[in-house]
Design a protein around this ligand. Structure first.
Ligand code: HEC
Length: 132
């Protein structure tokens, strides 16, 4: 009986080490995937502009600019409306454009912009609203 429990505890120790080694090995890929998850800068031309086209150009473009707000170019977005700027670089919470979308006021009479798409515009502003 004594022998058997010795074998068992030896097995337990061995297994314990095996698991510990496995856990150690497991750490590295986890760190790597964390680095991989660090997302690249949001591109205005590639990501933000297409969203504005889909949701906003009907009323905010060269053709039809409600309140003088043209969201069909970088210059238009940064120029804002007749009342002033709607994007504050680095400050999405202080940007009227985000406020209007998140409150559901814009697009006027349209389907609300999905949260994942708002996040793209938010991140672009947080990253400095670059012409990228
Ligand atoms: C169906 C037409 C329509 C669509 C689509 C639309 N807007 Fe507007 N927008 C308006 C009108 C009309 C006003 C002015 C009246 C008001 O503020 O409600 C306005 C005002 C605004 C203002 C306020 C400007 C200021 O200085 O007061 C912002 C910002 C804005 N829109 C952003 C957007 C964004 C961003 C989108 C797309 C997600 C969008 N709008 C889509 C019609 C529209």
């Amino acid at each position: 009986m004594k022998l058997r429990s010795d074998v068992l505890s030896a097995l337990t120790v061995t297994l314990g080490i095996a698991f510990a080694v496995q856990a150690d090995l497991g750490e590295e890929p986890a760190e790597r995937s964390e680095i991989g998850a660090t997302h690249a800068e949001v591109s205005f031309a590639g990501e933000v502009l297409p969203l504005l086209e889909k949701h906003c150009w009907e009323c905010h473009s060269e053709q039809s600019a409600e309140l003088g707000l043209k969201l069909d170019s970088y210059e238009g977005v940064m120029a804002g409306s007749d009342y002033g700027t709607v994007v504050e670089p680095g400050d999405p919470d202080g940007s009227l454009l985000i406020d209007m979308i998140e409150s559901g006021d814009m697009p006027e009479d349209g389907d609300p912009v999905p949260a994942a798409e708002i996040a793209v515009i938010r991140n672009w502003i947080a990253e400095g609203a670059a012409k990228n």
